[in-house]
Design a protein around this ligand. Sequence first.
Ligand SMILES: [Zn+2]
Length: 286
Amino acid sequence: MDKKRILVAFAHPDDESFGLGGLIAKYVADGVDVYYVCSTNGDVGTIPEHMQGQYNSIAELRLSELACASAKLGFTEVVKLGYKDSGMMGSDTSQDPSCSWYIWNNTPNIMIDRMVHEIRRIRPQVVITFNKYGAYGHPDHIAIQRATTQAFKLASDPNYMPDDLPPYTPQKLYYTNIPKRSLQLGIWLLRLRGQDPRRVGVNKDIDVLAILENCEPNHTKINIRDYLKIWDEASACHVSQGGGRRGIVPFWLRKLLGGHQSLTRVYPQPTRDIIDEYDLFEHVTI
Ligand SMILES: [Zn+2]
């Protein structure tokens, strides 16, 4: 029997922990090999004053935090595509020719080909990436989401990159998801605390109302109740991004989600938009 493998494709050192730490820890504990493809070095992230000067670059700091989180979560391998962080949509940094958003918009095949290669090399049965809105509209999130979705289809095509590794067909594609009701509750709580739901997070660049407008259906619900502690520990590694502190978005979102992780199943396409599975490996042939 083959091993169970999951490939998680996100954009920054911290997306894996803040977004999916509980689910990753759960599947690692179940004996699944979980791989993380991280498309950028997170080098546009903000660094608190007390941490400046300890590292040669922001990228070095962010990658050291990722190494810490990876050890907590138990990834089999972390693949760094090494693109520059694009910063927020419309910013000057998103026009840098080495950033993932610029590369996606000008030479998308560069990113698709690298993801096809990783899918063929890692041979995951299950692939997970962001939803179409890139969780909260971040250009790096959207770029890796699009590249991964294209690569998921192309990896099995023998005529695509025929000189690359042999074709491989992953069986399931998921997008991360926050249930509509949790978002509505979150917006209500933010307003109760006098906060603007359109300007949330350390950099005030997260629009929770837009997240709600772009919410996709929830088909899969995974119980991660026993893994909230590891999730916290992994998130705490990302000190420069507010990990381990109270009051930042990923933590209240995590608490609202409670003991479950929701996902949108993109492939095989569900016939109805209802929750109809409780394990990523349901109907997967190993
Ligand atoms: Zn991110």
